[in-house]
Write a protein that binds this ligand. Structure first.
Ligand code: R5P
Length: 314
């Protein structure tokens, strides 16, 4: 067994790391993580971590490549400081959309990032709702993947809407929509989405399911430009939806997502705090943030004590 838990953060999301530590009733570990004027990153732990169970909380968020390098260098520094075990806690795993060779001469960057994390010296990974299940298999070290979807489903349930319909914004999310609809005793609808090329454009072509006079709840894993959900919202409205709410786990939110969602007829936007909003803020659309801090904190506690992480899903 290892000595006590030590939690550290880079510069991605100190607020989440602090909230996780509050849940665990421990202090956030002290470390320096900064860039020199030549952009090289420097890390130094300011306390003894020898033989401790070290958790490094760092969602890979904009600026993505800098935050990724911070994580890798933090792992390296922890290894060289004789940490007992190092767990990379990556609430948002960037490059997750590059998870297969679905056209000629393209990389599988999600796999490359997994290799980086392993080679840097991580012993385990803890993440949330990765873009695709196969990313788990890109690692040869234990990986626990948590899910925030039950948290969102509970929130939907508490809204107590008269005619809830969980909407998958593309066919890939149909299974998830069915699971959530089951939890809240709602119906499901599926948007047939088309992406053209490798840019961010997406088009909602049609909807399978009845949404007229219904309370629609679009559920996606992440929102980047907002194109997917905005085209789905428009289509739902054109089909007579009574209300439309949008939820996602990871609010990646490029700058244009704020303007797009603020000017679209949406009743509420729900997302978690796996990553901070770094490119702007919403001005008109009502937002609700559900925190994953206690979920991550409970998982860290279970990993440290050898408890079941799977039980958290129930
Ligand atoms: C796609 O497979 C994902 O589940 C999301 O729908 C997508 O990443 C959202 O991207 P955007 O907001 O740029 O349409």
């Amino acid at each position: 067994m290892y000595r006590e838990i030590a939690v550290f953060t880079g510069n991605s999301h100190p607020a989440l790391a602090t909230a996780v530590c509050n849940h665990l009733e421990i202090a956030l570990g002290q470390a320096e993580v900064f860039q020199f004027s030549n952009e090289e990153i420097f890390v130094r732990y300011l306390e003894n971590i020898r033989e401790r169970d070290v958790f490094l909380i760092q969602p890979v968020v904009s600026p993505v490549n800098t935050r990724l390098m911070e994580l890798l260098i933090m792992i390296d520094a922890a290894k060289r400081a004789s940490a007992g075990r190092i767990t990379a806690v990556v609430p948002y795993y960037a490059y997750g959309r590059s998870d297969k060779k679905d056209q000629p001469r393209v990389p599988v960057t999600a796999r490359l990032v997994a290799n980086f994390i392993e080679v840097a010296g991580a012993d385990r990974v803890l993440s949330l709702d990765m873009h695709a299940g196969q990313i788990q298999g890109f690692f040869n070290i234990p990986l626990d993947e948590l899910t925030a979807f039950p948290l969102v489903a509970d929130y939907f349930h508490k809204l107590n809407l008269p005619t809830p319909v969980v909407v998958a914004p593309d066919v890939g999310r149909a299974k998830l929509a069915r699971e959530i609809a089951g939890r809240i005793e709602g119906e499901i609808a599926i948007v047939d989405k088309r992406r053209t090329g490798n840019n961010d454009s997406a088009e909602a072509l049609t909807i399978i399911g009845d949404v007229a006079d219904k309370d629609c709840l679009i559920m996606d894993d992440e929102i980047l430009t907002g194109t997917t959900v905005v085209s789905a919202i428009r289509l739902l409205r054109s089909r007579g939806a009574r209300s439309v709410r949008v939820a996602c786990v990871h609010p990646v939110m490029a700058a244009k997502a704020f303007a797009a969602l603020d000017t679209t007829d949406v009743d509420e936007l729900i997302f978690t705090d796996t990553l901070p909003l770094v490119h702007g803020e919403f001005k008109t659309v009502p937002t609700t943030v559900l925190s994953v801090a206690s979920l991550i904190g409970d998982a860290i506690h279970r990993i440290h004590t050898g408890g079941s992480v799977g039980e958290l899903f129930h």
